[in-house]
Design a protein around this ligand. Structure first.
Ligand code: HEC
Ligand code: HEC
Ligand code: HEC
Ligand code: HEC
Length: 202
C-alpha cells in the first residue's frame, strides 16, 4: 500500500520534472510568476502546480482554489451550440487568476501562512462577466451550424486545436499556458485570421 502510494508520488514528480523540458518555455514568459511572492524560492510551477496535497480537480496536480463565480456566460441570438451554465475544467483554472477574485499568490492550503494579495489587472483581468469574451465551455458541434469545420479524432481537435475531453471549446483550445513562442500564449498564429479559421469557415 505504502509502496503504491510512493510510486504514485514518484510518478507525479517525474511527470512534472520531465515536463520541465517541454514546458521549459514558460521561464521568462508572463506566466513565469516567480518573484510575485517573496516566499516562492524562485519556483515557477508553484503558482499553478504542486506535486503533493494538490487540489483534487481535473487539472494536473493543481495548487489553487477554483473560483466560484457567479459567472455570466456568453450568449447571443445567433448562437447554435450548447454553453455550460458556468466555466468548466481548464477554463476555470485560468480564471483562478484571470477573473481577479483569487490573488495570483494565493495558493491552495495557504502554504505560506498568509495569502498573497497580488491580483491581475488591466487587460489581464477577464473578470466574471464572460459575455463580452469569445464563448468558452461551449460544446463544439459543427452539425449545429454549417459555418464550422468538423472536429475529428479522440481526444478531438479542430484545425489542430484541442477541444476538452467533453468536446468543449475552452481557453486552452486557443492558448497554450506554458508556451509563449506565439504571443500571447497562442497555439497558432492569428495572421490572416488563421486561428479563427481553424474552426470558423467564415
Ligand atoms: C500559470 C499557470 C501554470 C504554470 C505556472 C504552470 N502550469 Fe502546467 N498547466 C497549467 C494548466 C492550466 C494545465 C492544464 C492543461 C492546459 O490547460 O493546457 C497544465 C498542465 C500541465 C501538465 C500536463 C500536461 C499538459 O501540458 O497538459 C504538466 C506536466 C505541467 N502542466 C507541468 C508544468 C511545469 C513543470 C511547470 C513549471 C515549469 C508548469 N506546468 C507551470 C498551468 C500552469
Ligand atoms: C497563477 C495565475 C495565473 C493562471 C492560473 C493563469 N494565468 Fe495567464 N497570466 C497571469 C498573469 C499574472 C499574467 C500577466 C503577467 C504580466 O503582466 O507580467 C498573465 C498573462 C496571460 C496572457 C497574456 C500574455 C501576454 O503576452 O500579454 C494570456 C494570454 C494568459 N495569461 C492566458 C492564460 C490562460 C489561457 C490560462 C489558463 C490555461 C492562464 N492564463 C492561467 C496569471 C495566470
Ligand atoms: C477562440 C480563441 C480564444 C479563446 C477561446 C480565448 N482566447 Fe484569449 N486571446 C485570443 C487571442 C487571438 C488573443 C490576442 C488578441 C489580440 O492580440 O488582440 C487573446 C488574448 C488574451 C489575453 C491578453 C489580453 C491583452 O489585452 O493583452 C488574455 C489575458 C487572454 N486572452 C486570456 C484568455 C482566457 C483566460 C480565456 C478563457 C476564459 C481565453 N483567453 C480564451 C484567443 C482566445
Ligand atoms: C476552437 C474553435 C474556435 C476558434 C479557434 C474560434 N472560434 Fe469563434 N466560436 C466557436 C464556437 C464553437 C462558437 C459558438 C458558435 C455557435 O454556437 O453558433 C463561436 C462563436 C463565435 C462568435 C459569436 C457568434 C454568435 O453567433 O454570437 C464570434 C464573434 C466568434 N466566434 C469569433 C471568433 C474569432 C474572431 C476567432 C479568432 C480570434 C474565433 N472565433 C476563433 C469556435 C471557435
Amino acid at each position: 500500500m505504502k509502496t503504491t502510494f510512493r510510486f504514485i508520488l514518484a510518478a507525479i514528480g517525474s511527470l512534472l520534472m520531465s515536463a520541465v523540458v517541454s514546458a521549459g518555455q514558460i521561464n521568462n514568459t508572463k506566466h513565469d510568476l516567480s518573484g510575485t511572492n517573496s516566499n516562492d524560492g524562485g519556483n515557477v510551477c508553484i503558482y499553478c502546480h504542486v506535486p503533493h496535497n494538490a487540489n483534487h480537480v481535473k487539472v494536473p496536480p493543481w495548487n489553487r482554489a477554483m473560483p466560484t463565480g457567479p459567472f455570466t456566460m456568453y450568449t447571443s441570438p445567433t448562437i447554435d451550440m450548447a454553453t455550460a451554465n458556468s466555466p468548466q475544467g481548464s477554463t476555470l483554472a485560468c480564471l483562478s487568476c484571470h477573473d481577479g477574485t483569487i490573488a495570483v499568490d494565493q495558493l491552495y492550503g495557504d502554504p505560506w501562512g498568509s495569502d498573497g494579495t497580488n491580483t491581475v489587472g488591466g487587460s489581464m483581468l477577464i473578470g466574471t462577466d464572460l459575455s463580452d469574451d469569445h464563448p468558452v465551455s461551449i460544446r463544439y458541434d459543427a452539425t449545429a451550424d454549417g459555418d464550422f469545420v468538423a472536429a475529428s479524432g479522440s481526444p478531438a481537435t479542430v484545425g489542430g486545436l484541442p477541444l476538452s475531453a467533453n468536446n468543449n471549446v475552452e481557453c486552452s483550445s486557443c492558448h497554450s499556458v506554458h508556451d509563449d513562442s506565439i504571443s500571447p500564449f497562442l497555439r497558432k498564429s492569428n495572421a490572416d485570421n488563421s486561428l479563427c479559421l481553424s474552426c470558423h469557415i467564415k
